[in-house]
Design a protein around this ligand. Structure first.
Ligand code: MG
Ligand code: MG
Length: 259
């Protein structure tokens, strides 16, 4: 079932998603060598609750934490733990909140200290691919247009696209129809309609595209243990242009000050 949102509902969803963006900025301040992903999780949970939200992932299908934190070869759904992050790592932080009855959902991959140039390039390409996909989130286009844009951008640069994990509709539920793959053919799939709110979330690997689930039954990692990047925005489909409801502005203000 695809639930179209009214303009009023989209404004409520913008609030939920801006809280996610501001939470990610708190984490941007904290990510450095020596910090653990469990410490990041506590920062996020406190910040969300202090701003009248509820962590969106906590207890979702039994997930034990506020954040999904996926380090290096981990793709998504990593469980926060006490292991300190190390110089040169990357960590994908995926954050969800429930506020005013609607979910926010957005993810950013952070560099821990100084990372290798080829990893930095992977992060830049994944984020750029996300925005290529977002440009296609306009009424009348099809879901395959989004996937094609992401896939074409990444594969022409030598990266591979995870296929088993996809984006999704977002609203009063964390995962609504339709699924939004990061690969596809132009002009195929369901038509996008004004009022749809979708999460576009490319998961892009430096090596091969194949993934597996770790023994914890949550964490997804690359089979070849190559590093993987993940960026996600929640986007409202518009008549003539897409409307990004989440924001990296707060994160990038913090990162700019640090550099
Ligand atoms: Mg997410
Ligand atoms: Mg998502």
């Amino acid at each position: 079932m695809v639930y179209l949102k009214t303009d009023e509902e989209i404004e409520l969803m913008r609030e939920s998603n801006l809280l996610v963006g501001k939470t990610l900025a708190e984490l941007a301040r904290a990510v450095k060598p020596g910090v653990s992903t469990l410490e990041l999780d506590k920062i996020a949970e406190t910040y969300i609750r202090d701003h009248k939200g509820v962590p969106g992932f906590l207890n979702y299908q039994g997930f034990p934490n506020t954040l999904c934190t996926s380090v290096n070869e981990q793709v998504v759904h990593g469980i926060p733990n006490k292991k300190p992050l190390q110089e040169g790592d990357i960590v994908s932080v995926d954050c969800g909140v429930l506020l005013n009855g609607f979910f926010g959902d957005s993810a950013y991959t952070f560099e821990v200290g100084v990372v290798k140039p080829e990893i930095k390039a992977l992060l830049e390409a994944t984020k750029a691919a996300l925005y290529k996909g977002i440009e296609m989130a306009v009424e009348g286009n099809r879901i395959g247009d989004i996937g094609y844009a992401v896939q074409e951008y990444c594969e022409t640069r030598g990266y591979s696209v995870v296929r088993e994990m996809v984006g999704h509709g977002l609203g009063r539920s964390l995962h609504e129809a339709p699924e939004i793959p990061n690969y596809g053919r132009r002009g195929t799939g369901s038509k996008l309609r004004k009022g749809m709110v979708i999460c576009i979330e490319p998961m892009i690997n430096l090596g091969k595209r194949q993934i597996l689930m770790e023994d914890d039954q949550w964490t997804i990692r690359t089979v070849d243990k190559s590093v993987s990047a993940h960026f996600e925005h929640a986007v409202a489909v518009g008549k003539n242009q897409s409307d990004i409801l989440s924001s990296f502005k707060f994160v990038e203000e913090v990162l700019t000050l640090q550099s």
